[in-house]
Ligand binder design. Structure first.
Ligand code: AMP
Ligand code: MG
Length: 324
């Protein structure tokens, strides 16, 4: 196993541009992982379901890196992992009584709750993909618990695999998929369940995703039964700012608020340097700002359709789509 890991490690280092540290589950490993998270780096860690790709959920750039590294062509919302106690949930979300019933005997392993987001939660809007709901989970796995406690804040973590690939249930899987692109992985051996968490949305108690926590057959299911319950189509309306959006705008008309990128300065810029990670990190902030300022017309500079640019353009196309 150790030899296998070492082999993976050098393979990984030769593919990406960083050396992915393989950390132990002892105090030193957890300390190192928490420090890396605090510095805005990505750390994969085992939960009871699968390995998660963790980032500080309050750090826009760190969260943008998750999307860059996974190579997702769109921004889907991410699950926020908390250590507990339950009172921690109320910093970020409203916990309806119907949801509390599920937590009567502790947070069930493998269960994620989608709850109304509290204003001024401090979470990066990239975590919720600009939605007014947030997915929260308190993992039961001791390694995840230790890391979250040591870090002392919310950790956004999707499964630690490249987009479209199978979720990782071992550190070796993480290294094979993301080695050389993330700061570290905590090797806690195989995960207990190996299947993603069940996602329940409140209010309404709707099953968004079937997973490792068994739920009542009688509960309503979201129309899509896929792994991506919040697939773009379902959420188009939530994704739009209230103003009209015009894309590929190298210059703006007099009545437009211009969002720039790179050489196109605009009234405000997604990234003066033309950096796509920075642009992703600023995207939802700028769209929210447009709403706050009651902007009627938004023009957005062209964004290259490569890497994270694809997710940014996907989001912008949704914002620009005709409203129903
Ligand atoms: P993964 O990224 O593989 O851990 O999967 C996370 C799942 O949680 C995705 O299917 C997301 O769409 C879903 N999810 C996360 N946050 C929300 C939210 N606020 N509302 C609905 N679904 C969510
Ligand atoms: Mg996944």
């Amino acid at each position: 196993m150790q030899a296998e890991l070492v082999a993976c490690k050098s393979y990984a280092a030769s593919r990406g541009d960083m050396e992915t540290e393989v950390l132990g589950t002892d105090g030193a490993g957890i300390d190192r992982a928490a420090l890396l998270l605090r510095q805005g780096a990505l750390v994969a860690f085992p939960t009871e379901t699968v390995y998660g790709l963790g980032a500080d959920a309050t750090n826009d750039e760190a969260v943008a890196q998750i999307f860059a590294v996974k190579g997702r062509p769109s921004f889907n919302p991410l699950i926020v992992h908390l250590a507990g106690p339950f009172s921690e949930v109320s910093r970020y979300a409203v916990l309806p009584a119907a949801a509390e019933r599920y937590l009567a005997r502790g947070w069930p392993p493998g269960l994620t709750l989608v709850l109304p987001l509290k204003p001024r939660s401090g979470l990066s809007p990239l975590v919720t993909a600009g939605l007014d709901t947030v997915a929260i989970r308190m993992p039961a796995a001791p390694v995840a618990q230790s890391l979250l406690r040591r870090f002392g804040g919310p950790v956004a973590a999707p499964s630690a695999n490249p987009s479209g690939r199978i979720s990782p249930s071992r550190a070796e899987h993480v290294l094979a998929g993301l080695g050389g692109q993330i700061a570290a992985v905590i090797d806690g051996g195989p995960t207990q369940k190996g299947l993603e968490s069940t996602i329940l949305q409140f209010p309404g108690t709707v099953v968004l995703r079937e997973g490792s926590f068994p739920v009542d057959d009688a509960l309503p299911r979201a129309t899509s039964s896929s792994d991506t319950p919040t697939a773009p189509g379902q959420l188009t309306s939530h994704y739009a700012p209230s103003g009209a959006v015009r894309l590929e705008a190298e210059t703006a008309h007099a009545d437009e608020w211009h969002i720039g990128f790179g050489a196109i300065a605009g009234d405000e810029t997604l990234s003066e340097k033309g950096d796509l990670t920075e642009a992703a990190a600023r995207l939802f902030h700028l769209l929210h700002k447009a709403d706050e300022r009651r902007i009627k017309k938004i023009a957005v500079a062209p964004i290259p359709d490569t890497g994270l640019g694809r997710a940014i353009n996907d989001r912008l196309r949704r914002a620009a789509a005709p409203r129903t």
